[in-house]
Design a protein around this ligand. Sequence first.
Ligand code: MGP
Length: 193
Amino acid sequence: MAHRPEQKTHPLAQPWTLWFDNPSGKQKVSNFGETLRPICTFDTVEDFWSLQHNLAQPSQLKPNADIHLFKDGITPKWEDPMNEDGGRWTVTIPKTGEDRALNAFWLDAMLACVGEMFEDGSEVCGVVCNIRNKGNRVCMWTSKADKKALQLSLGRQFKHHLGIGPSEKISYLAHSDARRLTQTQRATDLYTI
Ligand code: MGP
């Protein structure tokens, strides 16, 4: 019988869950999450890449779709206890060369999470890719929006991991402010770097 080398897997520091949402239109606070579902929880490098190779790229998704990669146990909603006092750093993807940029930013954001590349990574809840007609976004959700120094540090690290230069600005919006956002009233970003 042929000798088979032992199959080794490489464990991640913690398990992560990938979620998918494809609502038919813009969601309301009251019905947010009705179509949100977890796709897979994984805890090895090999399972991450298997998932990445088998799932559609963000550029192939329809408008209003969302992909979320969150630490297992955290639901990608403002209401989760780990998110409720937090907020999100948002990278808006430039329209030029959009498909490649979008897919690359999303992969880099996921790798930064599963690879535990953040100092103070315990404050990172997950990353989200929003497909929108008005402009696609890759966001990082963190806990404790009011901790300015912490959020600025995490935001700078996020920019670094995504290869975003110092001249390009990204902003942080507290979820509590996003919740107050209405059609007529724009929520104000808490921090910009
Ligand atoms: P969105 O998907 O974050 O942004 O929120 P979009 O679609 O670009 O719209 P905009 O508001 O940024 O212009 C869309 C809407 O979904 C929000 O206005 C809320 O009504 C609702 N929503 C979004 N999130 C992430 C949540 C959430 O976590 N909880 C609840 N209850 N509603 C949410």
